[in-house]
Each structure stands twice: as C-alpha cells, then as structure tokens.
Design a protein around this ligand. Structure first.
Ligand SMILES: [Zn+2]
Length: 597
C-alpha cells in the first residue's frame, strides 16, 4: 500500500464507474468523479468522456493525467459530517481523531454539551478537566497529561488548533460551562451573573464566533455533573443569560446554538414541553439554528413523539429548531475491563481486580474462586444508578460474536438464564470470561425501552430531526458510539430484519448534507462540482462495524473503548486519501474549520 506524505501535492483522482450516492437523497447512479486540487472537478452519469466536449476541451488530457480508481461495485458517498463530538482535548494532542476517522467521518464538530477547554483562567485548568471528566467520562489524568495549555482565550485555543494537522476537518463551539468558569470563577456553579459578567460572557462568545467557532453550547440537565459531583456551570442558568448568549449568533448572523435541554434525562414532561417552547422562541428570535438532544427516556417512553411533533410545528412557524437524535440506543458496555460490573464490589473479586487481565481471567476460571464470588453479597457502590450495573439482568444483553446493535429479547441475560435454568449472575460470569475476558455485555440507557430500535427508526425518519449524538471521543471507559455512520449503512440500510430499514440515499443524506447544512458548511456534504473532495469509497457488501475493544493508548495510559470498521476502501479528505482499505495512510489533510461557508 502506497503511503502518502502529509503535505504532498493533492493528487488528481479519477474515480470510475462508482455507484454514486450524492448526499442529496436523490437516487444513486453509476458514474465518474474527477478530483483535482482537493475539490470535485467533475461528476458524470456514465463515463466522463461522454460529457468531455461540453464540459471542457482540456478534460480528456486531465483525465489521462489522473490516478484512476476502478470503483465498479463500490459506493461513493460524500465524507460524513459528525456534528456531535467531544474531541476538544484529544484534538490538542492527537491527529487521527479515532474512532471517528475509522468510520468515514471527514468533518467533526466538537465543543458540544457546554463543555470544553477554552476560555480558561491560567492556573484553573483543572476545573475544566473535572467538567469534561464528569460529563463525558474522558479520563482526567489523560486530559491533564495530554493537553498542553497554550491558550487563555477562545481565539488563542483556535490558534493552537489551527497550527495542527488532522485526518479530518475539525469545527468547534464555545462551551458555556467553560465560559461561566472563566467569567464567574468560584461562583460559576450557582449564582446568576451580574450584568457586567453577562456582558462579558456575550463578548467572549462574540470574539469566539468571530474567530471561527461554529456555535455556542450549553447543558441544562442534572445528570451532567463534574467529576466532583457538582452540577456543571450553566445547568441552572436563567433564560436571560442563555438568550444573551444566543443573541450574539443572531447579531453576527452565523452559528448554531446547541442545547442539552432540561428534561432530557427523564424529568417530568411539563418541563420538557415548556423547554421546547422556550427553545423555539429563542431560535425564532435569533433566526439561527438551535439543535437539542432528544432521546427516549424511561419516564414516558413515547414523549419523544410529542417533542418531534412540536419541533415540526415550531419549524413551520419559522423557528429553526432541530431535535438531534442518535441512530442507536445509548448505554454502556460492561465487561471485566470496566470499572463497575456485576462482580466489581464483591470481596473476592476486589482482591483480584488490580491483576492484569490475563492473570485475572486465569484466576476467575478457577471453579472455587467462581463459587466464592457468586456466593458473595454485592458490596457498596458509589452512585445509586449503578444498582442496575450490579444486579440488572433484564436490561442486560448478550452481544454475540458480531457487534449486534439490536439484540432481541432472547439475548436478555435474564431470559437466557431462565431458558438455560441457570442463575443470571453465573451466566454473566461465564460470558465475561469469553474472548479471554474481553467480551462485553450491553446495557442500554435510552432508546431501547421496547427492546428494539423501532422508536429510533421513527426518530431518524421524522422530518424535523437531524442525526447526531455519537459523542465521539467521550465516554471512553463505558461506551463507544462514534461508529454511528458505519452502523447507519450496515444495520439501518442493509441488515435490519426486526423492522423497517432506511433507504440508502436517505441514510447517506442524514450523514452528510443534512448535518453540513445545519452547521452552515455549504462546501461539503454533497458530491457536486466545485465542492470539497471529501469522499468515501465503500465496499457496501463487506462493510462492518467490528466488536468494540478496550485499548490503553490515551495519555497517562488512559483506556478507551475503540470500535473499528471494515469495508472503507478509501476515505478521501480534501482530495487526499486518509484511509486505504481500512488502514490510515498517514495523510493529514484535515484542518481547523473557521466559520461557516
Ligand atoms: Zn455530548
């Protein structure tokens, strides 16, 4: 495999006879694409030569000069645009931005959910690390060791990112929690800002957007806490404050307001209905897109339908408000490499917990040890929510040999244990030991209350929604949802048997032109002449999201769940091939994105 030097002159590529899905939802067609100087220079149905005379007299010569790729039988899509990630720290030390880079993603937007690393008062960096560690479960030690704090203001943070090279393009947002901590110091967690403080926050948003941030983000749910257990600054911010920040977007005529709304973690419905009306008013008043997280929660599992319907109504009334939905259940993966699992509080297990995995697995296989652990009571654990991790078998699913994102009732540990006439904890014990102790069981938190993804299908197909919520770079120890684009094309388009699938052209639009349009990135997200050559060449029949695995490559040996994919013949960013046959080429054409375009 040819390796491409990072700053090589962008190649002229001629992609022949691909099945082109152009990102607009229009029907796929077979044709050619010519890439020159990082852009799409020509697109044709059938061979480009046929259009040659009409298009440009020098076209035949240019075609001859191009590296030709025979794409017969392969899908060609625009590069995927993942607008909901948390690579804010990782982007300062890592160029690849995995897992997103393995899943056809060519543009990410980070700075979501109110958390990020700028602005920051020098000496108070730890506060922001605790916010990120608590909300997004990115190891604080990795952040502390990995980030070289070379900035104070948001524009300085952008300058630091601007010097870096990536596998994909990186957009940012101004995070409200960091903003509050910067302006209000110790009082950031509770107090209302004074008028002067509020004016200062708005000025910093203005300065950030002017420097190239794509939006501003905030979180209003109680479940988002710092690693010290405090609410994240901004959680209780009043409407006056949020509107002051949002108004900056209206005033500058650019930028997105990203909100994790109150009620999203399952509070009473009155709250979330009032919340969506408020968000609609804000979006309408500023005339800028507002996107908010929407998941199915345990309290009222059909409430998401009402909220989608209300969002559609608000859109019709002129409010650009977009519920952002996931294409999967969100939850955690549990196994022997997890901090908390079915046996992690039991006395005998605790004595073994620190052993390296292979040794631990060997000890756990000993029948006497197994009998002892299974007989022991569950010990005390930290968070009340952890109860389900230690003794919930009804909602715990066996994943099997392949990564199955829609396990059936038969795959519930409780159901399987009953079928086999075994104690569920004993079944879990054996399952944990599979694959040399690397197996995972899945515990969905949201979007899976009916034991299928039918409700997620409804969310994705709703005309008001946009796909997102993959949280790339976050929840390192417990989840790995950034593989959403691959799962969209495998599970949703090709494999699903338990309910309706999603047409290929629709699915590709959800991954490309729709999120690009939301964030004002008009130069990408479609295959059309003149746009950036961000492309995926995919062997759709072979495409597969592989089993997640725990790896230990973060700074300070921090661990993270990683999920790779098979079937990406090429990912092309600005005309350069970054992925060839599922392996990185070494090319780093990605840059910091400054502003909508
Ligand atoms: Zn998030």
């Amino acid at each position: 495999m040819e390796s491409i030097a990072p700053d090589a002159e962008p190649a002229r590529l001629l992609i022949r006879s691909a099945q082109i899905v152009d990102g607009t939802s229009s029907p796929a067609f077979e044709g050619d694409v010519l890439v020159e100087s990082g852009r799409i220079a020509a697109v044709s149905r059938g061979p480009l030569e046929r259009d040659a005379a009409a298009a440009a007299p020098d076209l035949p010569a240019r075609l001859r000069a191009a590296e030709e790729i025979d794409a017969r039988g392969l899908l060609l899509t625009p590069g995927f645009v993942d607008v909901h990630t948390h690579y804010d720290g990782q982007a300062t030390w890592d160029e690849m931005l995995a897992p997103s880079c393995w899943h056809g993603v060519t543009t990410i937007v980070m700075g979501n959910c109110g958390v990020g690393f700028a602005p920051v008062v020098p000496g108070r960096e730890q506060t922001l690390i605790e916010q990120m560690e608590g909300v997004e479960d990115i190891p604080g030690t990795a952040l502390a060791e990995g980030i070289e704090w070379r900035w104070e203001t948001f524009p300085e943070y952008l300058d630091a990112l601007g010097e870096r090279r990536f596998m994909l393009d990186v957009g940012t947002q101004v995070p409200h929690a960091a903003l509050r901590a910067y302006v209000m110091g110790e009082r950031a967690g509770e107090a209302e800002p004074t008028d002067a403080e509020l004016a200062r926050m708005a000025a910093i948003v203005r300065e950030g957007i002017r420097a190239g941030a794509l939006g501003v983000s905030t979180s209003r749910i109680l479940a988002h806490r710092t690693s010290r257990g405090a609410e994240v600054p901004g959680t209780f911010a009043g409407e006056r404050e949020l509107e002051a920040l949002a108004r900056v977007l209206g005033e500058l005529g650019t930028g997105v307001f990203e909100v994790v709304p109150r009620g999203m973690d399952g509070e009473v419905s009155a709250t979330s209905h009032a919340e969506i009306d408020w968000m609609g008013r804000v979006a309408k008043a500023i005339g800028r897109p507002l996107t908010f997280s929407l998941v199915q929660t345990h309290t009222e599992i059909d409430r998401f339908r009402l909220l989608l319907g209300r969002a559609q109504q608000l859109q019709a009334e002129g409010a650009p408000i977009f519920p952002q939905v996931a294409n999967r259940s969100t939850g955690i993966l549990i196994g022997l490499q997890s901090d908390e699992h079915t046996f992690s509080t039991r006395a005998t297990y605790r004595k073994l917990a620190q052993l390296p995995l292979a040794e631990r697995v060997a000890r756990l296989r000993d029948p006497a040890t197994k009998a002892r652990i299974l007989a022991e009571p569950i010990g005390p654990y930290g968070h009340p929510q952890s109860a389900m991790v230690h003794q919930g078998f009804e909602n715990l699913f066996v994943l099997g040999d392949r990564f199955e994102m829609e396990p059936s009732d038969e795959d519930r540990v409780a159901v399987r244990a009953q079928r086999e006439g075994r104690d569920p904890s004993e079944l879990v014990y054996d399952l944990f030991l599979e694959n040399e102790g690397r197996a995972f069981l899945m515990f969905p938190f949201t979007n899976y209350f009916r034991g299928s993804l039918d409700d997620v299908h409804a969310m994705l197909m709703h005309p008001a929604s946009v796909w997102g919520l993959g949280d790339g770079g976050a929840h390192c120890g417990v989840a790995c949802d950034a593989g959403g684009p691959t799962l969209m094309l495998t599970h949703w388009v090709r494999d699903r048997t338990r309910g309706p699938r999603i047409p290929l052209e629709r699915a590709v639009a959800m991954l490309t032109s729709e999120p690009a349009a939301l964030y004002g990135l008009g130069d990408r997200g479609r295959i059309a002449t003149g746009l950036r050559a961000d492309l995926n060449l995919i062997d759709h029949a072979k495409l597969e999201a592989l089993m997640p695995e725990m790896i230990f490559d973060l700074p300070a040996k921090g661990r993270r769940l990683m999920q790779r994919a098979r079937g990406y013949r090429r990912t092309i960013v600005a005309g350069e091939t970054t992925i060839m046959d599922d392996a990185a080429t070494g090319a780093r054409p990605g840059r910091l994105l400054r502003g909508a375009r």
